[in-house]
Each structure stands twice: as C-alpha cells, then as structure tokens.
Ligand binder design. Structure first.
Ligand code: ASC
Length: 151
C-alpha cells in the first residue's frame, strides 16, 4: 500500500477511535454538536423502546442496529460540554454541569456503560433481556436529566 493511503487510513481510524477529541470553532458549534448527538441517540433509543414496550413488533436485527448507533452516539455529546459552552444557543444544560463536573462525568460514564450493556443485551436476541437493559439505560438518561437538564 502507498504511504499516503496508509496514513489516510490511520488518520480516519484515529478519528473514529477518539471522538472525545472533537474541537469546536465556537461555543454554538459545541452546543449544536452535543444536541445533535443526543438527538440522534434519542431517535434510535426510541426505536428500541418501541420494541421493548410492545408498540412495534420485536425485530432482533433492528434492535442490534439501533443499539449500535445508541452506543456510538453515547460517547459523543460530552466533548461538547467544554468550558464556555454554557451559553451561545438555546440550551437546557444547567450551570451545575460546569460547577459539578465530577458528578456530571459520573453520570455520563454511567450512561456510556449502560448503552454498552444495551448493545450486549440486544445481541442476545432475547426480548426480555433487551427490555431490562432498555429500562436500565432509560434510568441513567433520566437520572442525569433530573440533575443536569432544566425542564
Ligand atoms: C428517551 C429519551 C430520553 C430518555 C429518557 C428516559 O427515549 O429521548 O431522553 O429516553 O426519557 O427517561
């Protein structure tokens, strides 16, 4: 393989492996970024919820596909909560995110872990296992929202 091609592949692999290194030109971009990642995550999480709650028929492959997106998206928003991104666009993010960073990180780490377990659960192809993991993951979303998101 040519050197340029292998360097390009290595650079792309790094970009995928290190989403937390996202840098933003301005606070508005960081806010848009975190809101976008959370929005995409919610869309896919909602599709799993529809199966878990019996609103749509259980489809094991769709559950895995959606859980993969959820687990990937779960890693992204946190880079968008850097210093100075508490305002700039309409946001429900509470000031506590910046004044209690360690607690906020505990919540985001928990959510990343829960979405990882959700993906493992989806891959068992067992609806009851998926339901339990969905509830547990939703609980981690809610706990963080209650503490760090205004209504
Ligand atoms: C969702 C979604 C959230 C969480 C939360 C869980 O589907 O968009 O923010 O679940 O409602 O309580």
């Amino acid at each position: 393989m040519k050197l340029a091609a292998s360097l390009a592949i290595a650079a792309a692999a790094c970009a995928l492996a290190a989403p937390a290194s996202a840098q933003f030109a301005k606070p508005e971009d960081a806010i848009k970024y975190r809101q976008s990642a959370l929005f995409v995550m919610a869309q896919h999480f909602g599709r799993i919820g529809a199966m878990a709650n019996g609103r749509v028929p259980y489809d094991a492959k769709a559950a895995v596909d959606n859980a993969e997106v959820v687990a990937d998206m779960a890693k992204l928003p946190w880079a968008g909560f850097g210093p100075g991104t508490d305002k700039g666009l309409s946001t429900k993010a509470k000031p506590e995110i910046w004044s209690e960073q360690a607690r906020f990180k505990e919540h985001s780490d928990k959510m990343i872990a829960e979405t990882g377990k959700l993906l493992v659960a989806a891959k068992t192809n067992n609806l009851d296992t998926l339901k339990a993991a969905f509830q547990s993951t939703a609980g981690s979303c809610k706990t963080c929202h209650d503490a760090f998101r205004s209504q």
